[in-house]
Ligand binder design. Structure first.
Ligand code: SER
Length: 340
């Protein structure tokens, strides 16, 4: 390809991207905060509308429009999608595993009904693309623990996992029956410095860095040797964008792709922090989340993501820890006072 051809293609892509209008639900959450920023970088602020049930998160979105939105309100959802001529939805609003076990019926209703609203709207309005996150929580105690394959026994034991598994079936159904271009990843536990997780079983792996930086001891709610699949947030954001940018014909899985980054235990995360903070102390008081973690895989086989759209993670534990400890102080400074 010569230079002017390349330039032409870049301009074409930009022109095409400018015609897209993206709606993000749950934009104030752990993933939403960072994914919305990445989408603004890619598409421009005028093409992105961040929404969240919590109006207080508006200040997070200085570079794009923000609108409070309850995803259970299908009329409001429909209205915003039509009036703003939305072409793609990133539907991130959900109740995670630990909170879901405390409010099982609410978790089921919110996670399922909101997805069905979006899929129906996508079908009726012929939206270009839908992104919906699934999770390692779709697996259960009868799934292989190590290198858990894409296709195997699932039998999730949490309401969150059941809702994600059912959601995957619905996504595939809407693609097969109605051609809705819905794409999804089974995220491992996500670890990032720009936002706090809420109500998940993998949240310890973010809290531990906060405690180390505050020079406070950390009490971990999982046992020291509990291996779980995890991923550094920049890898998760890049995976999401690579999946969504991939040509339609490359996407062979319309339920949700296995996605692998790290397979790590609380003790390993702790050991990776020690060279930076030799005085840092940890103790272990497993609670109900241990049982949830026991039912999940330890590591993931993501060969389809590798083969279909070229997925390669960039971060190992040491690299992630160094980055977390470098960047987190800035985040803490920014949010000082707003953290409990
Ligand atoms: N991080 C999620 C949770 O712990 C799993 O997808 O619930």
């Amino acid at each position: 390809m010569n230079f002017s051809q390349g330039l032409y293609e870049v301009q074409e892509k930009k022109r095409w991207m400018n015609m897209e209008k993206l709606l993000v639900t749950g934009a104030g959450g752990q993933l939403g905060t960072e994914l919305t920023e990445a989408l603004v970088d890619l598409y421009g602020g005028e093409s992105v509308i961040a929404t969240d049930i919590n109006p207080d998160v508006e200040s997070l979105f200085e570079r794009c429009a923000f609108q409070p939105l309850d995803v259970m309100d299908s009329k409001a959802l429909n209205k915003i999608i039509k009036s703003k001529k939305v072409t793609q939805v990133y539907h991130l609003a959900a109740i995670l595993s630990a909170t879901g076990e405390k409010k099982p019926l609410l978790a089921w209703q919110l996670n399922m009904d909101s997805l069905l609203h979006i899929l129906e709207i996508a079908k009726a309005n012929k939206l270009n693309k839908i992104y919906w996150p699934s999770s390692i929580a779709v697996f259960g105690p009868n799934s292989p623990k190590k290198n858990t394959p894409q296709y195997c026994v699932k039998e999730p034991q949490t309401v969150y996992g059941i809702s994600k598994q059912a959601g995957e079936r619905w996504c595939e159904y809407y693609f097969n029956k109605y051609g809705v271009d819905v794409r999804s990843l089974r995220y491992p536990g996500l670890i990032g410095y720009q936002s706090l997780p809420g109500g998940g079983t993998t949240d310890y792996a973010v809290e531990i860095y906060h405690k180390a930086l505050k020079k406070e001891p950390f009490t971990c709610f999982l046992k020291a040797d509990t291996f779980l699949p995890m991923m550094y947030m920049p890898d998760a954001i890049r995976a999401t964008i690579e999946l969504m940018e991939a040509p339609r014909e490359k996407i062979s899985i319309r339920s949700s792709y296995n996605l692998a980054g790290l397979s790590i235990s609380p003790d390993q995360v702790y050991q990776s922090i020690l060279p930076h903070f030799p005085e840092f102390k940890i103790d272990y008081k497993p609670d109900f989340r241990q049982e949830i973690a026991n039912g999940w895989p330890q590591s993931i086989d993501d060969r389809y993501a590798q083969e279909d759209w070229g997925w390669v993670p960039a971060f190992d534990l040491e690299k992630m820890t160094a980055e977390m400890l470098t960047h987190l102080p800035h985040f803490l400074k920014k949010t000082q006072g707003s953290e409990s």
